[in-house]
Design a binder for this molecule. Structure first.
Ligand code: C2E
Ligand code: MG
Ligand code: MG
Ligand code: MG
Length: 284
């Protein structure tokens, strides 16, 4: 359709734009169908404690295997889900799946510290009253160790509506949810918000762990780790791909890392096997 721009001017969509929007509409319809028919699944990527390389927890990541197009990346379908509002259903699905899986693992495996799970929350979910009710319901029925269901939020999300976000985060904390600051360093330049929102974990964005030029890496990483610790947070580095990444992070005092070195995101059964293969005591 052509859009009026005032006066007699009519803007005609160029073919590339038009096909892009048709593509999005199709993707949205397919995603809606996928949500109704078990077409969305979740993968788990290990987060390890660097001191002994034991699995401390997992990040849950949404996966979509399209019947015709094959696997579609979250960077493609999450924005479509956000624009259409489907993210509310998708987000709840991932949250419930993750929590149920975590309860099963916590019952099955004894560990020095209880496993945690980290779930990505989108800005649209954060702005809905439902999120608090959903988290409350999930926590009250799943008997998880306190703080082990962690919600991942980004700085741009909380800063787009700071007053409201502060209230929601406080409420979520009271309910016993953990709060993780995802992709740290990629959003706002002001650091004052870190004191305002009480996150318990900070996740250093991959771009600092694997920058294009490596020269400034130790200085920046060390500063972020110190900042996190000074504010009483635990620090996770994202995107650790090599042994030297892991060694450097450990030497800088970073306690957790996530990345292809320790495991790709994997289906639930594979994650369970990985836990079994560690010298973890299984409950009788
Ligand atoms: P994220 O939350 O920062 O998740 C980490 C992403 O980095 C994942 O990509 C993961 O596969 C990738 N990654 C992990 N280790 C490495 C590594 O060593 N090297 C490289 N190159 N990449 C690594 P994925 O699964 O494609 O997800 C991309 C983004 O999509 C996520 O970034 C998150 O923002 C979003 N997303 C995924 N699942 C969900 C979901 O259920 N809900 C919401 N709201 N967003 C989601
Ligand atoms: Mg994340
Ligand atoms: Mg991240
Ligand atoms: Mg990201």
């Amino acid at each position: 359709h052509a859009k009026r721009l005032g006066g007699d001017r009519v803007e005609i969509y160029r073919p590339t734009l038009r096909s892009a929007s048709v593509h999005t509409v199709e993707l949205e319809a397919d995603l809606r169908k996928a949500l109704e028919t078990d077409g969305i699944s979740v993968s788990y990527q290990p987060i390890v404690r660097l001191v002994d390389r034991a699995i401390a927890g997992f990040e849950v990541l949404a996966r979509w295997n399209h019947p015709v197009r094959g696997p579609i990346s979250p960077s493609e379908f999450i924005p479509v889900a956000e624009q259409s509002g489907l993210i509310n259903d998708l987000g709840l699905f991932v949250l419930e799946r993750g929590a149920r899986q975590l309860a099963e693992w916590q019952q099955k495996f004894r560990a020095p510290a209880p496993l945690f799970i980290s779930v990505n929350i989108s800005s649209r979910q954060l702005l809905r009253q439902d999120l608090i009710n959903d988290v409350k319901a999930i926590l009250s029925r799943s008997l998880l160790s306190p703080g082990t269901l962690k919600l991942e939020l980004t700085e741009s999300m909380v800063m787009s509506n700071p007053e409201y976000s502060a209230k929601v985060l406080e409420r979520l904390r009271e309910l016993g949810a953990g709060l993780s600051l995802d992709d740290f360093g990629t959003g706002y330049s002001s650091l004052s918000y870190l004191q305002r929102f009480r996150f318990d974990t900070i996740k250093i964005d991959q771009s600092f762990v694997r920058p294009n030029g490596r020269s400034a890496r130790p200085v920046i990483l060390r500063s972020i780790v110190a900042l996190g610790h000074d504010l009483g947070m635990q620090v996770v580095a994202e995107g650790a791909e090599t042994e030297s990444d892991a060694l450097e992070l450990y030497q800088l005092g970073c306690e957790y890392a996530q990345g292809f070195l320790f495991g790709q995101p994997m289906p639930p059964a594979e994650a369970t096997k990985l836990l079994q293969s560690e010298t973890r005591l299984e409950h009788a």
